[in-house]
Design a protein around this ligand. Structure first.
Ligand SMILES: Nc1nc2c(c(=O)[nH]1)N[C@H]1C(S)=C(S)[C@@H](COP(=O)(O)O)O[C@H]1N2
Ligand SMILES: [Mo]
Length: 334
């Protein structure tokens, strides 16, 4: 995003079918799709089918066999989810190239995201190193939330994420009083990740949140999209989702979550501190130095006005999150 701004012609409008129906009933098996062994994570083992049959009615078995539960509290009927095809083919994942179409191709050329180990450490009482499936199991499984998603490049989507609240992970980690921030580190594997053999960014990709932001009910770790395992290009198997912030805060394919005392420097802030800050809260009144943030291009929406809409303060989550930033100058803390 340092290099180029989005171009409308990169997106095939033919893929613009809304997939809202899938929210009610996750899609049935699709053989080409990568599967994760979440059923095992739930301890169903060989008896998986029988166990699945005993699940409460709100739980639907998905392609991978792991259950996800639609959380109606995070499902604004006014939000029209972006088509699955677009969410998974128009990506920013510089580890796999800088074109929006690159990650879908290059992140699926033998890069393995299962099995996957994640480490939770730093200033906590319960340091852990565990398999991603075991973590999901410890989190009590998955729920589905429909969130707005806003990239700093001024485009947006609406994404049905499956996963668990980050606050649950914080609770499991049990931070010590000195812990004030959380850092999120993406996998570093230059042998298998082509973009990491170049110096386009400072690898590995790191992001951070204040501890109270991480504990906010909206902060989420995604393990799926539309009830299916999250594809590699979207950050398999674990990826941060912070819906009131610009998309670059949402580190992908996490291998490490650390609790620290000092505010960390995040990758894009390191790259261009005048353009990308630590907070990155969506804000129509604070323009990017090179473009306006007052409006955004809605991916998949065509129509008379080219699918543009006004940007909402905190990406539409002002009521929920404004309190986190009371008394702060949001123009300085961009
Ligand atoms: N590791 C890593 N995480 C990343 C990025 C990246 O390049 N590398 N790009 C960020 C940006 S700029 C955006 S907008 C979102 C894009 O997520 P999506 O491709 O799932 O829509 O991922 C974020 N997380
Ligand atoms: Mo972004």
């Amino acid at each position: 995003m340092l290099i180029r701004s989005p171009k409308d012609w990169e997106l095939p409008e033919s893929a613009a079918t809304p997939e809202r129906d899938y929210l009610l009933r996750p899609r049935s098996s699709e053989p080409s799709f990568p599967r994760r062994d979440f059923l095992k994570a739930f301890g169903y083992g060989a008896a998986g089918f029988a166990a699945a049959a005993l699940l409460p009615r709100r739980l639907a078995a998905t392609t991978a066999g792991f259950p996800t539960r639609i959380n109606p509290a995070y499902r604004d009927p006014a939000l029209e989810p972006t088509a699955y095809e677009q969410i998974t083919s128009y990506n920013n994942f510089y580890e796999f190239g800088t074109d929006k179409a690159d990650p879908k191709v290059r992140a699926n050329r033998g890069w393995q995201t299962e099995p996957w180990t994640v480490e939770i450490g730093g200033l906590i009482r319960n340091p852990l190193k565990l398999d991603a499936n075991d973590l999901v199991s410890k989190m009590g499984g998955c729920e589905q939330r429909v969130y707005r998603f806003r990239c700093v490049e001024a485009w947006s989507m609406v994404i049905p994420w499956d996963g668990f609240p980050l606050a649950k992970l914080v609770k499991l980690a049990d931070p010590k009083p000195e812990a004030k921030f959380v850092t999120f580190t993406t996998v570093h594997d230059p042998r298998n990740i082509p973009g990491q053999r170049s110096g386009i960014l400072d690898w590995p990709y790191v992001e951070g949140l204040r501890l109270d932001e991480a504990n906010h009910e909206l902060a989420f770790i995604a393990t799926g999209i539309y009830g299916r395992p999250i594809p590699n290009q979207n950050g398999a198997p674990l990826r941060l989702v912070v819906p009131w912030k610009y998309g670059f805060k949402c580190g992908k394919s996490l291998v490490k979550i650390d609790f620290v005392a000092r505010q960390p420097r995040n990758t894009w802030q390191i790259m261009a501190p005048d353009e990308y800050g630590f907070y990155a809260n969506v804000n129509p009144n604070v323009d990017h130095p090179r473009w306006s943030q007052a409006s955004e291009r809605v991916i998949g929406a065509g129509g008379l006005f080219g699918g543009r809409q006004r940007t909402l303060m905190f990406n539409g989550y002002e009521k929920q999150v404004a309190g986190l930033y009371q008394g702060m100058d949001l123009k300085r803390n961009y």
